[in-house]
Ligand binder design. Structure first.
Ligand code: PMT
Length: 406
């Protein structure tokens, strides 16, 4: 699976650096070509000689080495790999990566590479939990950097907690998994998908707004799943704490009207999935001025209806309408019955109906229980994680488009 793949392994400083030698050995056993960059810190723990002997390749250490630059510059080094693996990844190197710093060969190669990067962090538990490290990791993952570990347990420093380098075979499995995924079919290549996600915020005045409990977990997972199948994916998202899914174009909005504009600006599309919890109403007031407290009591909040984004896509002329439009129905009872009614009313092909009654945890939780409702069938799906719902839905979308006449 990884036979002949070129892996650039960057070994940063850390007591676990010695385990990178085993990683090299296992990758070589599987036929991968492994080239190594050893940082100054890494060289405190493993010798260039052992790295060279196991990788059967020259070891690169110095950004300013004229010989290395003549033979293999840092740009070529970073570009000629199929995957860059940082193992172990120290807090320092993660910080440099997140902030675009390039003051040695490892960080420069990481900044220069156009190839996917996988990091295997290891450090003291407090360093791992530090908000700076967590923010750096979040930034990197949002940019599509893959992560293996760290695991929890006894740490070399004598403390106990999360910070252990992942097991060598887990790292090797992650590398194999990456290449397997990359080689998997991309049935939605050449398709464009628009996905809405998260809540909308409807201003009452400049400081207050009406919102709902949508976390964006379901919509973001769908965008990620469609992108994984090769679709160019535009995610129009309300305000959430979710990281941007890798390989997805994200358009951030606040209100329903902004979401409507962003969706229509993203057209044409082959697929539209409306998973956002769009406010049905907005406040019909001059929202530029803060409402003052008054002796007359609370102010009336007149409401007007928001545009229905899903219905507006369903009503487009045949040559402008996305071929497959999937809406969601969030109900607290008669889920399937209401979903069927919505299917016709909103002019979509399928409705994913979910029960959002209190206690189901659908809003904000990690799991969802849905029915997939189409004009002629209702499928009951078992309770599963939202990313599994997303994966299954994306597969169904790909199958439907593959079966549809062009
Ligand atoms: O974000 P999570 O915490 O993961 O939660 C996921 C979810 C519960 C928000 C999601 O699974 C879900 O059900 N989304 C739709 C919520 C909703 O607004 O349902 P609705 O029945 O009110 O709307 C029906 C459909 O019309 C939805 O596809 C909605 O996006 C769309 N709509 C509604 C109103 C409007 N003005 N424009 C729309 O496009």
């Amino acid at each position: 699976m990884i036979d002949g793949k070129r892996i650039l392994l960057i070994i940063a400083g850390g007591i676990a650096a010695y385990r990178s030698l085993d990683v090299i050995r296992r990758l070589r056993e599987r036929g991968a070509d492994v080239r190594c960059v050893l940082t100054k810190g890494g060289a405190q723990f493993v010798t260039p000689l052992s790295v060279a002997a196991l990788s059967e390749n020259k070891v690169y250490q110095d950004l300013f080495s004229l010989t290395d630059e003549a033979e293999m510059g840092h740009i070529r080094l970073s570009r000629e790999a199929d995957l860059v693996v940082v193992c172990p990844a120290s807090a320092d190197l993660l910080g440099k990566m997140a902030n675009g710093l390039a003051d040695d060969l490892a960080s420069t190669a990481l900044l220069a590479t156009d190839k996917p990067v996988m990091v295997c962090p290891t450090m003291n538990v407090m360093m791992w939990q530090h908000p700076a490290t967590q923010a750096n990791m979040l930034t990197l993952e949002a940019r599509g950097v893959l992560r293996v570990g760290p695991g929890a347990g006894n740490l070399a420093c004598g403390e106990v907690g999360t910070g252990r380098l992942a097991e060598v075979m887990d790292i090797v499995a992650a590398v194999e998994g990456y290449f397997a995924e990359e080689a998997s079919p991309k049935p939605l290549a050449g398709r464009h998908a628009i996905v809405t996600s998260g809540p909308t915020w409807e201003a009452i005045d400049p400081v207050r707004y009406i919102a709902n409990r949508s976390s964006g977990k379901q919509g973001h997972a769908i965008a990620a799943a469609l992108a994984k199948l090769g679709a160019r994916t535009t995610l129009v998202s309300g305000t959430t704490n979710m990281p941007d899914p890798a390989g997805v174009d994200v358009v951030r909005i606040e209100s329903a009207r902004q979401m409507y504009d962003a969706c229509h600006a993203a057209l044409p599309a082959d697929i539209a999935v409306c998973a956002a919890a769009v406010a049905d109403w907005r406040v019909d007031l001059d929202t530029d001025k803060k409402i003052k407290k008054s002796a007359d009591g609370p102010p009336p909040l007149p409401l007007v209806e928001n545009p229905d984004i899903l219905a507006s896509l369903g009503q487009l002329a045949a040559n402008a309408r996305p071929r497959l439009i999937v809406g969601f129905a969030a109900e607290t009872g008669n889920v399937v019955e209401y979903a069927r009614a919505k299917l016709g009313r909103k002019g979509c092909n399928w409705i994913v109906a979910n029960d959002v009654s209190p206690g189901t945890g659908t809003f904000g939780g990690d799991d969802n229980t849905v029915h997939l409702v189409s004009a002629d069938a209702v499928e009951e799906w078992p309770r599963m994680r939202k990313d599994e719902v997303a994966g299954r839905l994306a597969d169904r979308i790909a199958a439907a488009l593959a079966g549809a006449a062009e």
